[in-house]
Design a protein around this ligand. Structure first.
Ligand code: HEM
Length: 535
């Protein structure tokens, strides 16, 4: 009798080697499947259950987790349903339409409520104090949401996606470029763009009857032109080309974001991905060409540095010299990233602001008259100057009220990067916080029972005095990441609106449908058709 080991060796030797490999493969496959199943179970079932228990035990209320998509289906279903019908004309109660899911959750569970973005816990916060606390955080407990950063990086690697030291350096240089003093020098560029728009409208309106114009695409062109001109001065022709390519990139990114659920989609050689890569290369070549030309002009001492690019490049040279370093504080690639970002961050947001301002002034002609009276008192029919623009009170109150009722960016998000206490609840890392600006702006506890009415007079004593829980006005965000371009946007909007008021009366066209819609910004779903009459 052979030993058991010998028997085993014998029986093994009788099995053909390929079946041994086959069995081994099957075993490995089974283990892999078990491992995957465990990962799915742990990630999409046990993990969410554990987090839900931990948060509920601390008193946090909210929706119950549903495997595996959480509240996402309901979220999308409610938006689609809400946007299938227009709103009553003159109603500004937009929250239930543009963020119907969060609106319902907050009403049912309170101003801090737990929801589920797939298996990820997503806490909706509409209490202004906690809102400010999350956004003002300087110690790294809350950061930008990591999954959103991945999508933003597809469009432009700039200030919004940087963190840590890199963000600090870039923010300092860009703050300097967007300082009011510097923007003053850019006023003629804003006025030139608005002047072109007004002349074009004057030609299309003619002399007799009122003429209808859809102002939404018009303002998108205006703000794209303004960034090109203000950023690049005399190279503004190339800037226009960049603006067209970047607009296409933004639309493609929305398509790409919709396909992000396919793992590795962005690395596949699809037509969309190839187009996006080609566009990105072309934008980069154009931008690098402009930067090289400017560097040469600066070396030869004949550069006109009144534009954003010039101011940024001067700051970089100054900071580098002060640091005694041979390596610039921002590389050419860094500058390219920031310039690309200006288009995404500043174009559509400001176009949306101007569009809703025109719609609201058409709905409320008494405020249109007051704004026109102020503009004509300051400037007559002359081009607005920076001193007068800074003193426009009625126009500023109107723009604030438009930004309150129709904030271009509806909500922000943050992620807990470490275990964090907030409002008496301790959150584990990975929890995301949805911060619906629009809900805070439409909260009667904060703004009073007339919260959904257009009342610019609430801003007569400034932003801080306008609400009970102050400040609760967040169209540009809050804290260290507050919009770096807010002065730029307001200056552009004031000049544009003033020049339109100087030349036209306007009213809503009968073809206008009131349908604010949450796309990347709060857009008019069916355009903004307005009838113009020359003054
Ligand atoms: C009405 C127009 C605008 C609105 C409502 C708006 C809104 C915002 C908001 C809410 C944020 C904060 C994002 C966050 O905390 O996650 C932000 C950031 C930013 N905005 Fe604006 N924005 C406008 C115009 C502009 C313009 C004209 C520019 C530039 C040309 C610009 C450039 C930026 C940049 C670079 C950031 C990132 C700041 C940082 O992360 O440090 N924005 N904006």
């Amino acid at each position: 009798m052979g030993s058991p080991l010998g028997m085993a060796t014998l029986s093994l030797s009788l099995i053909p080697p390929w079946s041994f490999l086959y069995a081994l493969g099957l075993g490995a496959l089974a283990s892999l499947s078990l491992w995957c199943a465990w990962r799915v179970l742990a990630g999409a079932w046990l993990g969410p259950q554990r987090t839900a228990r931990a948060l509920r035990s601390q008193g946090l209320r909210g929706t119950t987790y549903r495997f595996p998509s959480g509240d996402m289906k309901e979220y999308v279903r409610l938006i689609v349903a809400a946007c299938s019908e227009p709103m009553p004309l003159s109603s500004h109660a937009v929250t239930a339409r543009v963020l119907p899911f969060d609106h319902g959750v907050v009403r049912k569970h309170g101003k801090v409520a737990m929801t589920w973005f797939g298996p990820e816990p997503r806490v909706v916060v509409t209490d202004p104090k906690l809102f400010r606390k999350i956004l003002a955080n300087k110690h790294g407990q809350f950061g930008k949401q990591k999954s959103i950063l991945r999508i933003e990086r597809l469009l432009a690697n700039g200030l919004t996606t940087h963190q840590g030291e890199k963000w600090v350096t870039h923010r300092r240089i860009i703050n300097h470029a967007f300082h009011l003093d510097k923007l003053k020098r850019m006023l003629p560029a804003f006025a030139a763009c608005s002047g072109e728009l007004v002349s074009r409208w004057e030609n299309s309106v003619g002399s007799s009857d009122a003429q209808e114009i859809d102002v939404w695409p018009e303002f998108q062109n205006l703000t794209g032109d303004a960034i090109s001109r203000v950023a690049f001065g005399s190279s503004f022709g190339e800037g226009r080309k960049i603006f067209q390519l970047q607009s296409e990139q933004a639309q493609n990114a929305v398509k790409m974001a919709n396909a992000m659920y396919i793992p590795g989609y962005r690395f596949l050689s699809t037509k969309l991905n190839r187009r996006m890569k080609a566009n990105a290369r072309e934008v980069e070549t154009l931008l690098k060409g402009i930067i090289t030309k400017r560097e040469r002009a600066m070396r030869d001492d004949h550069a006109d540095n009144d534009d954003l690019l010039g101011v940024m490049m001067e700051s970089i040279i100054k900071e580098t010299q002060e640091a005694g370093s041979s390596k610039p504080t921002m590389s050419t690639d860094d500058i390219v990233g920031e310039l690309k970002l200006f288009y995404f961050a500043g174009m559509e947001t400001t176009a949306v602001l101007l569009t809703w301002a025109m719609v609201l002034l058409s709905m409320h002609p008494e405020w249109q008259d007051r704004a026109r009276e102020e503009v004509l008192r300051f400037f007559g029919k002359n081009q607005p100057d920076s001193e007068g623009i800074n003193r426009l009170k009625v126009v500023t109150m109107i723009l604030h009220e438009v930004l309150r009722l129709y904030p271009p960016i509806l909500q922000l998000s943050r992620e807990a990067y470490e275990e964090t206490e907030l409002g008496g609840v301790t959150y584990p890392p990975g929890v995301t916080f949805a911060l619906p600006i629009v809900s805070v702006h439409h909260d009667p506890d904060v703004w009073g029972e007339d919260v959904d009415e257009f009342k610019p007079e609430r801003f007569a004593e400034g932003v801080a005095a306008a609400s009970k829980d102050s400040p609760a006005f967040f169209p540009f965000g809050w804290g260290p990441r507050i919009c770096v371009g807010q002065n730029f946007a307001l200056l552009e909007a004031k000049i544009g609106l003033s020049m339109i008021l100087q030349h036209f009366f306007f009213e809503l066209s009968p073809s206008y449908t009131h349908a604010p819609c949450p796309v990347s910004t709060l857009q008019p779903q069916h355009g903004a058709q307005i009838k113009f009459t020359k003054l």
